[in-house]
Design a protein. Structure first.
Length: 276
């Protein structure tokens, strides 16, 4: 793993993976919306003696323009990619729309991952054993795509939005693998389990509650990322693998339905007006 890009790499599991591969000598770029966290990441990299191998891109990944800017900068800095890690995630208590018209949870958890996965495929294919790692709730059977109301104008709730975006993220992996059967890039859908990965994006009083729950019940980041590291270091032969904690997920689950995955792929291309 010589060249790595982590979307959401300034905190939580994304940062944990970024620091792990910096220690092993990799060239790592992370993207995030908080410049203070980006600066902290660069300072920690410098303390490892990896200042020349670490970079931070400030970006709001809910916006299509910022995703495209990130891809341009990645292609300027890296000659190839061995890994693309997608961890950026945020919840929204109230329904908000991005400048591009997407519901914000859906934009960050799914649309950004779609754009980065397909938009960086050519750089990934230059790697020897390239992987895309998309962290989410793989294996969960709750939630659905609201085909006639993707922005959830009717009956929005934080949970409903998160479940829809999580389902879309799983279907992204299924469609990507189907569309790239003959490529080298492997798509890894990973549910790490309940992890104490930070709560700064959550508003009070929920932030305090989640911090307490995290201290009591969540596993540390260092433990959560171990299955990811094993899969990244030794990618599977098949185009798609789904893991729920330390167990493989049955790819025949209705939540990973190929027809729905390709339907969402086509709809997303249409919404993006993208010929991918």
């Amino acid at each position: 793993m010589d060249d790595l890009f982590v979307a959401g790499g300034t905190s939580g599991m994304g940062k944990g993976l970024a620091m792990h591969y910096l220690r092993r000598g990799a060239r790592v770029t992370v993207a995030g919306s908080d410049p203070a966290r980006g600066e902290q990441f660069l300072e920690e990299a410098a303390r490892l003696g990896a200042a020349d191998r670490a970079a931070f891109i400030r970006a709001d990944l809910t916006k299509l323009a910022d995703n495209r800017l990130v891809m341009d900068k990645i292609k300027e800095r890296h000659r190839k990619l061995d890994g693309l890690v997608l961890t950026a995630m945020r919840t929204y208590p109230r329904r908000t729309l991005t400048p591009d018209g997407f519901e914000s949870t859906f934009a960050l958890y799914y649309v950004s991952r779609f754009v980065l996965s397909y938009g960086l495929t050519d750089w990934l294919e230059r790697g020897e054993r390239p992987v895309i790692v998309s962290v989410g709730g793989t294996g969960m059977t709750k939630g659905a795509i609201h085909w006639d109301d993707l922005t959830l104008r009717r009956g929005y709730s934080l949970i409903r939005a998160t479940l829809q975006a999580g389902r879309a993220n799983d279907l992204l992996g299924v469609a990507y693998a189907e569309n790239h059967k003959h490529g080298k890039t492997r798509f890894l859908l990973i549910h790490p389990g309940y992890t104490n990965s930070g709560t700064n994006h959550v508003r009070q009083p929920w932030r305090a509650i989640m911090r307490l729950m995290g201290r009591l019940f969540a596993q540390p980041v260092e433990r959560s990322i171990q299955p990811m590291i094993r899969l990244m270091d030794d990618p599977p032969p098949q185009p798609l693998v789904a893991w729920d904690r330390n167990r493989p997920v049955d790819l025949s689950l209705p939540s990973l339905d190929k027809a729905n995955a390709l339907k969402l792929y086509g709809l997303t291309k249409h919404l993006l007006d993208d010929p991918v």
